[in-house]
Design a protein around this ligand. Structure first.
Ligand SMILES: [Fe+2]
Length: 393
């Protein structure tokens, strides 16, 4: 490749062609054959000019900053080429840029149509009894199988793979195909087994009510993976709860409690022998659009609250209500992992727990790890981009 078709190295189908150009001092107006009109600021088109001065083929990054673009920028020639590309000649640089019509149409500032979007979040319906998505191990090596699994984790909050080799390394083989593992003070990979020197409730045989992991961290891990290597004990069934659905129920039935859990800062605190993580955050967090984006619910890692005593008491009432909804069996999926099963779930949405088990009754060994959400999102984008490249030939 010695030239760039697009500044993002992606592939765009040409579904509609430009038919007319109008250049003004600061804008390019494109009229498309379907009648749509796109108005691009010239400075933005120059910023994303797909040429080898502006972008590097080697690094696939931009070579220039805004200060490298003359303030007196103008277009002296504009034409629609035979292949539908739009050619602009810039002054005073005398640079000629060729813009792909598919790229231009997708990036129309007033009507953008991204080639890839993540699937919409789907709350679990009341009474759901099983993890919505399950993919056989022999399909996970294929792009379509990986896409199905990752879409399930994003959309439904949890998805399973069945029938992986019953070897510890099988977990790393799958998750590193998504992206880098996020290490914690429990290591890159942690072994969920009952052991006498347990430094977490997870490493005992006691029941764990549904929770999120590592609420003490500023950036709570977005994804958790649990891979079953042995599960012969009496007890030790897994539990999952859709925390977003629980929050939604609370919002419908007790809006004041919802507001309290969205605004009251909880002092989260770990009490390890040589680590002490602390972070203050509400149980329910929202993004800049006001949509719920994080549940923080490692309920055993907290320290006393401070402030007005009535407010603290009101918080505790709301907090109890949240626990009650989480622990209602109708809101829980209960299942038994089989050796070779791997579940991936959104640790900032789906709460996980287990029933107690008798460690004398057999082996129980789950191997776990964390990744950040953005690794899953990046992998889905690449799978989608690769598919477009394949379709483009
Ligand atoms: Fe956990």
């Amino acid at each position: 490749m010695d030239r760039l078709d697009t500044p993002d190295f992606d592939h765009y189908p040409i579904t509609v062609l430009p038919v007319e150009l109008t250049v003004s001092e600061s804008e390019l107006l494109i009229t498309w054959e379907d009648g749509h009109r796109s108005c691009f600021p010239l400075i933005m088109l120059r910023d994303f000019s797909p040429d080898l001065v502006t972008f590097s083929l080697q690094t696939r990054e931009q070579n220039i900053s805004i200060l490298d673009i003359p303030d007196s920028l103008s277009v002296t020639e504009a034409e629609i080429c035979d292949d539908g590309f739009i050619s602009l000649k810039w002054l005073p640089e005398c640079l000629v840029s060729r813009y792909h019509p598919g790229w231009l149409r997708v990036h129309c500032p007033t009507d953008p149509k991204p080639q890839f979007t993540l699937p919409d979040i789907k709350l679990w319906p009341w009474g759901l009894t099983h993890i919505p998505v399950s993919v056989p191990a022999d399909q996970i090596q294929q792009p379509a199988g990986m896409t199905t699994w990752l879409n399930g984790i994003h959309r439904d909050g949890a998805a399973r793979i069945t029938g992986l080799p019953q070897e510890p390394a099988a977990l790393a083989d799958v998750v590193t195909a998504i992206g880098p593992v996020r290490e914690s003070n429990f290591g890159s990979f942690f072994e969920v087994i009952s052991r006498p020197d347990a430094d977490s409730n997870a490493y005992t045989a006691q029941a764990l009510a549904p929770h999120t992991d590592l609420a003490t961290r500023e950036y709570q891990p977005g994804l958790q993976f649990l891979f079953c290597l042995a599960n012969q004990t009496t007890g030790g069934d897994n539990i999952l709860v859709d925390g977003y659905a629980v929050a939604d129920m609370l919002k419908q039935t007790s809006p004041d409690d919802y507001e309290l859990l969205s605004s009251t800062l909880i002092p989260f605190m770990s009490r390890g022998l040589d680590t002490e993580y602390r972070y203050h955050a509400p149980l329910l967090e929202h993004d800049r659009h006001g949509k719920i984006c994080t549940i923080r619910f490692t309920y055993w890692l907290r320290s006393p609250m401070s402030g007005n005593q009535q407010k603290i008491a009101a918080f505790y009432r709301a907090y109890r209500r949240f626990h009650e909804i989480v622990n209602d069996p109708a809101n829980q999926i209960r299942f038994r992992l089989q050796p070779g099963d791997l579940i991936g779930f959104d640790n900032r949405r789906v709460l996980h727990g287990r029933t107690s088990f008798d460690p004398e009754s057999g082996d129980r060994w789950l191997r776990g790890c964390y990744l950040d959400r953005e690794e899953l999102e990046s992998r889905l984008r690449i799978l989608s981009r690769n598919l477009r490249a394949q379709q483009a030939g």
